[in-house]
Design a protein around this ligand. Structure first.
Ligand SMILES: CC(C)(COP(=O)(O)OP(=O)(O)OC[C@H]1O[C@@H](n2cnc3c(N)ncnc32)[C@H](O)[C@@H]1OP(=O)(O)O)[C@@H](O)C(=O)NCCC(=O)NCCS
Length: 174
């Protein structure tokens, strides 16, 4: 197989990436149908981090993407700056070959290099626990939405540096 290149997205391909996201989420287990708009909204706001918005490219074709953007955990005393992971997707024909994992690991490694200490997401815990994510409730952190009990553990957290979330309780904005 030709080499796959994982690199930051560039403005010229913004709309192609939204098309990729739309296509990929048509076959997702869970989809709001709004993931491409989420990407546009993140890019258009202050939480966008270009270096942590990655694409996978093969032979000039975009085949996957992942985005880490800024968010916070807040409580009555503090605001803790952190990262939100999402969306992430790969084209159906490239699935189960390690591409999603490679994109996520590349983004997490780059985030750590940049000095970020933790990452949050809402997603399928069976997928994300392989990267070390645990239920955010283990850190006494929940998201701003009221969720049914069976989905509470889908709000997940990963410490990029040891004990980064020690003592950080509150509400993460996802
Ligand atoms: C989730 C997704 C990004 C994984 O991409 P991928 O390129 O197949 O990732 P990998 O090859 O690294 O991992 C595949 C593994 O993840 C598992 N997996 C994929 N989606 C999963 C899910 N929703 N829940 C649990 N496991 C999942 C596969 O069964 C496979 O397991 P295995 O390694 O034990 O065989 C891809 O399936 C996708 O784009 N799905 C549609 C969009 C989506 O749902 N995004 C995530 C939102 S939470």
């Amino acid at each position: 197989m030709t080499e796959i290149n994982i690199r930051p997205e560039i403005p010229l391909e913004y709309e192609n990436i939204c098309g990729l996201v739309k296509t990929a989420f048509e076959t997702a287990h869970v989809s709001s149908g709004e993931e491409a708009n989420l990407v546009r909204n993140i890019r258009g706001g202050l939480n966008y981090i270009p270096e942590l918005s990655l694409v996978a490219e093969r032979d000039g074709v975009l085949i996957g993407q992942v985005m880490l953007s800024k968010t916070t955990v807040t409580n009555e005393n503090d605001v803790f700056p952190t990262l939100f992971l999402g969306p992430v997707c790969t084209l159906p024909e490239y699935r189960n070959k390690g591409l999603g994992g490679a994109l996520i690991n590349a983004a997490l490694a780059k985030a750590k290099d940049m000095g970020h200490t933790a990452v949050f997401l809402a997603g399928d815990r069976n997928y994300y626990r392989r990267f070390g994510f645990v239920s955010a409730s283990e850190h006494r952190i929940r998201c701003q939405h009221e969720l049914p009990p069976e989905l509470l553990d889908n709000v997940m957290a990963l410490e990029l540096t040891p004990d980064a979330l020690k003592g950080v309780a509150g509400i993460v904005t996802l």
